[in-house]
Ligand binder design. Structure first.
Ligand SMILES: Nc1ncnc2c1ncn2[C@@H]1O[C@H](COP(=O)(O)OP(=O)(O)OP(=O)(O)O)[C@@H](O)[C@H]1O
Ligand SMILES: [Mg+2]
Length: 213
């Protein structure tokens, strides 16, 4: 089972949008998906699931012991779990708990100086989570989001972050109306978006394969 935790330091960084599309891409690839809403504030994954009548369940778990509660629930029934987290700045304990359990941590980030400046805090949380784990640390990836076509910033920040030793997923998620207007609606063809490329890359990093539908 893969457990993807989507996290960032602050709000408005595409966490919920990314969790929603990643979960749908996994579902479309034929995996049994569980969404976990560890935020629970407005525009939550849980509400979106209900409004959009998603074809897989989302449960609310905005607690600081996800790493204890979730295994008993997800246990054998799902192939992939996607956890949407609150901003670390406000609910660090909840995010830390998700990072203690995750096989993969994905940090959605716009390639701008402001958002790049949030990375050290995310790295620190991962280091803290790793110290609390007995097993391997999660596979950490940065997912560029809200990118502008042909802007040199995307490749410039990719280079900087790669040099610092972190992995940036190959295909960035562009700033698009399709994503800006997605909240509350059903999601179709997520696999055909950059999020489909992201899950292919994430699954590849564990050697897991998508089960064909
Ligand atoms: N690729 C994109 N293109 C355009 N708009 C986007 C994109 N991704 C996200 N957005 C928009 O950016 C805003 C913030 O996204 P989202 O709610 O996913 O962030 P969040 O990190 O979950 O925020 P919060 O911490 O407040 O829950 C939303 O209005 C969303 O529609
Ligand atoms: Mg959110």
């Amino acid at each position: 089972m893969i457990i993807i935790a989507v996290m960032n330091l602050k709000g408005g960084s595409s966490k919920t949008t990314s969790a929603a599309f990643l979960a749908h891409a996994l579902h479309e690839a034929g995996l049994r998906v569980l969404g976990v809403d560890a935020d629970g504030e407005n525009e939550s994954l849980l509400q979106w699931q209900a409004l959009g009548e998603w074809p897989f369940p989302v449960i609310g778990m905005a607690v600081p012991n996800i790493h204890r509660q979730l295994p008993g629930i997800a246990n054998d029934r799902y192939d992939a779990v996607v956890i949407d987290t609150p901003p670390m700045k406000e609910q660090r304990n909840i995010v830390l708990s998700a990072a203690r359990l995750a096989t993969h941590v994905v940090c959605p980030l716009a390639p701008t100086s402001m958002e790049y400046g949030r990375l050290p805090a995310v790295r620190q949380l991962l280091a803290d989570a790793t110290e609390l784990r007995n097993d391997q640390k999660p596979i950490f990836s940065i997912l560029f989001t809200r990118t502008v076509a042909n802007a040199s910033s995307t490749e410039a920040y990719r280079e900087v972050i790669t040099e610092e030793g972190d992995h940036v997923l190959k295909v960035p998620v562009a700033r698009k109306e399709k994503f800006a207007q997605a909240y509350g609606l059903p999601i179709e063809n997520a696999l055909a978006t950059a999020y489909g490329d992201a899950i292919a890359e994430l699954l590849d990093m564990t050697g897991e394969e998508a089960v064909s539908a």
